[in-house]
Design a protein around this ligand. Structure first.
Ligand SMILES: Nc1ncnc2c1ncn2[C@@H]1O[C@H](COP(=O)(O)OP(=O)(O)O)[C@@H](O)[C@H]1O
Ligand SMILES: [Mg+2]
Length: 393
């Protein structure tokens, strides 16, 4: 396996850990600020209340009334409401009453404010002599409230940006991958074309010639040419928008299998099973579909060390009866749970001579070109694996 995927997931882990750390630091730091500001507001309101009490209880103009006024005026942020003992509102400061309210509505508004304030702090009692008392209700300033929610807002905004960045990035990466696949395939088909057509010419020439006509080599050459033509067709199909046709899926699958069977050890047995009617159609592009079956079955053979069975089961999936599912089950070594997600990644291979492109290509062919699905349906180490191909019926 290429170490690139291990490295990638480690980098991801570091990025996520870093992001969490920054988020936690922001929240903790803001909380400290909120705590400090809250303490200061508490001190300010205490001083404010003391001043009020002093002013009320001092009848004659005192020398420091000027200082008192300053203290009262200094509170421009903390909302306060005064009431008398009978809960009549005497005055309100720093409470923004919505404009255009009638007097009654404004009083109702202030009463609701008082209820909110009561929940935050008990009111400060101001003795005004003769057993009478006023109350000062107050709540934290708008600034403090905003600061409390600031880290949440900030994290939400950063989160949104991160999500947008992620999708943009993965979209452009996918677009780039598409260009590479398609370009390379077109180029390959194009390059194969020239020698192939001259091979066809040579074979025709040999067939005509008295000397070679009856040689078995001419037949064999023909088979290889046919094989090369199939390969060229595959590449040219993957390099363009492939045509899907309603094909007899059972026959197409059987043909693909019999071709494979003749090329692998006899100790590997193939079987095609189905309960479907024999003429069931599915939308496929035969050269590309054959390529998928070939890739999956070749992997199955590799996973079995030359002995075992491969079963292809065609059926309609329980959940969507308009589709055709082809389950390809082998009796090979299986795929560990932790690796199942990776087998479709280009470059992922556990083989000495593997390229790790077979399944990536198969998935592309099925999902992008056939609008179907390809996934590992079941796998158990030491017992085997089932790949499921889903096609449109
Ligand atoms: N039927 C299977 N059983 C066990 N492992 C499998 C099977 N099919 C695929 N794999 C695993 O997935 C990897 C990727 O497969 P593939 O993309 O075809 O690349 P390659 O065949 O070149 O390794 C294989 O190397 C193997 O580890
Ligand atoms: Mg392979």
């Amino acid at each position: 396996m290429l170490p690139i995927y291990d490295q990638k997931s480690r980098i991801k882990l570091v990025i996520v850990a870093g992001a969490l750390l920054i988020a936690a630091a922001t929240v903790i730091y803001t909380n400290i600020l909120v705590q400090r500001l809250s303490e200061r507001e508490q001190q300010q309101i205490d001083l404010y209340a003391k001043t009020q009490r002093y002013i009320i209880n001092t009848e004659e103009e005192s020398d420091n009334s000027f200082l008192m006024d300053e203290i009262i005026k200094a509170n421009t942020t903390i909302p306060v409401i005064f009431t008398d003992a009978d809960a009549n509102i005497i005055d309100a400061k720093n409470v923004s009453i919505p404009k255009g309210l009638s007097e009654q509505a404004a009083i109702a508004f202030l009463r609701r404010e008082i209820a909110v304030m009561k929940q935050q702090h008990p009111p400060i009692v101001v003795e005004i002599g003769a057993g009478l008392r006023n109350f000062i209700y107050y709540k934290e300033s708008a600034l403090l409230t905003q600061l409390r929610y600031y880290p949440l807002v900030q994290l939400a905004v950063i989160g949104c940006l991160a999500i947008i960045a992620y999708f943009t990035f993965s979209y452009s990466r996918r677009a780039e991958q598409n260009r590479v696949w398609v370009g390379l395939a077109k180029e390959t088909a194009h390059q194969l074309g020239t020698p192939l057509s001259s091979l066809v010419g040579w074979q025709a020439y040999l067939r005509e010639s008295e000397r070679f006509r009856d040689e078995p080599i001419v037949e064999e050459l023909g088979k290889d040419i046919r094989r090369l033509e199939i390969i060229t067709e595959r590449f040219s199909n993957i390099g363009s928008v492939p045509v899907l046709k309603d094909e007899n899926i059972l026959r197409v699958t059987q043909n693909a299998i019999s071709y494979l069977q003749s090329r692998v050890s006899r100790k590997v047995t193939f079987e095609v099973k189905t309960d479907l009617p024999t003429d069931t159609p599915a939308q496929v592009n035969i050269p590309l579909f054959d390529w998928v079956i070939e890739n999956i079955c070749k992997n199955a053979v590799d996973a079995m060390d030359g002995r075992g069975s491969i079963t292809l089961h065609l059926r309609r999936p329980i959940r969507n009866k308009s589709q055709i599912a082809i389950d390809i089950t082998d009796t090979g070594k299986g795929i560990p749970k932790s690796k199942i997600e990776r087998v479709f990644l280009p470059g992922y291979t556990t083989k000495k001579r593997g390229w790790g492109l077979g399944l990536a290509l198969a998935k592309r062919i099925i999902e992008n070109y056939h609008r179907g699905k390809l996934f590992v349906k079941w796998s158990e180490v030491g017992r085997g694996t089932t790949f499921r191909v889903i096609l449109k019926g």
